[in-house]
Design a protein around this ligand. Structure first.
Ligand SMILES: [Zn+2]
Length: 280
C-alpha cells in the first residue's frame, strides 16, 4: 500500500513537472529563433544605443501598408491639411514651412535625440514637397539654363544631376528628408564628415537610408550622390512599389521639358536609380 502511494505521488509530480515544462521549452526555442532574425538584431542595436543614452527604447516597427494614390505619388496633395502629415517644429528645421508624414517625423525625432546626445546636431533643410513646389525649383533652373544648353534634352539632363522632374521627386511622398546642408563642400569639412559618419552608422537603426550614394556598378545611373538626402524606408519602400505600378510617362506632364521625360528614361534611371540597400 505504501509503495502504491509513492508510485501515485511520483507519477503526479512527474505529470505536473512535464506539463508545465513543455510550453516553457517551446517558448525558449521561439525566443532563440526570434533573436536570430535581422529585425531582432536591429531592435537590439537600437536598444543598446538607447540604453547607452539612457532613453526609453522604442524598436523600429514596419509600418502597416497604407493606401497610396497617384495623387500621393505625384505630389498633388495638400500636406498642410492632410491628416497623415505634421508640421515640422521650426527648432528642428531651417524654417517653419516643412511637412512630413507623421511616422517619418517621429522616427526623425528619435534619431535626432540620440544624435544630439552624441554631439551631432541634425536639422531638416527640406522635407515634403508638392508638385507645385518641385515645379518652382525645376522651372527656375530651366529658365536659367535652357539658353546655355541649347536643347530641351540637354537642359533637362543637366538639371537632373541633382533635381527631380515635378511628379518624380521622393520628397512628394513625405517620406524623405534633407539634413543639415545641400552642398558637397559642407560634407567635406571636419564637421560634415563627422555628421555623415554618424548618419552612416546610426540612421539605418531608425529606418533611414541614404538613397543617392556615389554612382558605381551597383548604382550606375540616377542623380549624383547626396549625402544629405535620407529616406524613411518602412514607408518609402511602399511608395516606390506603388510608383512602379501606378505611374507611367503619361502622368509626367505640366512643366517645361516634360516632353523629354520618356526619352531620358527618367523613371528607370532616376526614380529607380537608387542605392540598392534602400530598395527593400
Ligand atoms: Zn532631397
Amino acid at each position: 500500500m505504501k509503495t502504491l502511494y509513492f508510485v501515485l505521488v511520483f507519477s503526479g509530480l512527474a505529470f505536473v513537472f512535464f506539463h508545465f515544462q513543455k510550453p516553457s521549452e517551446s517558448g525558449t526555442s521561439k525566443n532563440i529563433q526570434k533573436n536570430r532574425s535581422p529585425q531582432n538584431q536591429l531592435d537590439k542595436q537600437v536598444l543598446e544605443a538607447k540604453l547607452r543614452q539612457n532613453v526609453t527604447p522604442k524598436p523600429i516597427q514596419i509600418e502597416d501598408s497604407i493606401k497610396i494614390t497617384p495623387a500621393d505619388l505625384l505630389g498633388n496633395l495638400n500636406m498642410q491639411k492632410h491628416p497623415d502629415f505634421v508640421n515640422v517644429e521650426v527648432k528642428y528645421a531651417a524654417h517653419k514651412y516643412f511637412w512630413l508624414r507623421k511616422v517619418v517625423y517621429k522616427a526623425f525625432l528619435e534619431m535626432r535625440e540620440v544624435a544630439e546626445k552624441e554631439g551631432i546636431r541634425l536639422k531638416i533643410t527640406s522635407a515634403g514637397r508638392s508638385f507645385a513646389d518641385q515645379k518652382g525649383i525645376w522651372e527656375a533652373k530651366w529658365k536659367a539654363r535652357r539658353k546655355k544648353f541649347g536643347s530641351d534634352k540637354a537642359t533637362a539632363e543637366n538639371i537632373l544631376k541633382y533635381s527631380a522632374m515635378p511628379g518624380m521627386s521622393r520628397h512628394h511622398w513625405g517620406t524623405d528628408i534633407d539634413l543639415n546642408n545641400k552642398n558637397d563642400s559642407y560634407w567635406a569639412t571636419e564637421k560634415g564628415k563627422k555628421e555623415y559618419a554618424w548618419l552612416i552608422e546610426n540612421a539605418p537603426k531608425f529606418g533611414f537610408c541614404q538613397t543617392y550614394t556615389p554612382k558605381n556598378q551597383q548604382r550606375p545611373e540616377g542623380y549624383n550622390e547626396e549625402k544629405w538626402h535620407w529616406s524613411y524606408m518602412p514607408l518609402a519602400s511602399q511608395f516606390l512599389q506603388a510608383f512602379k505600378t501606378q505611374i507611367s510617362y503619361a502622368d509626367i506632364q505640366g512643366f517645361s521639358g516634360a516632353n523629354t521625360a520618356e526619352e531620358l528614361r527618367t523613371i528607370e534611371k532616376y526614380v529607380l536609380g537608387i542605392n540598392p540597400e534602400c530598395s527593400h
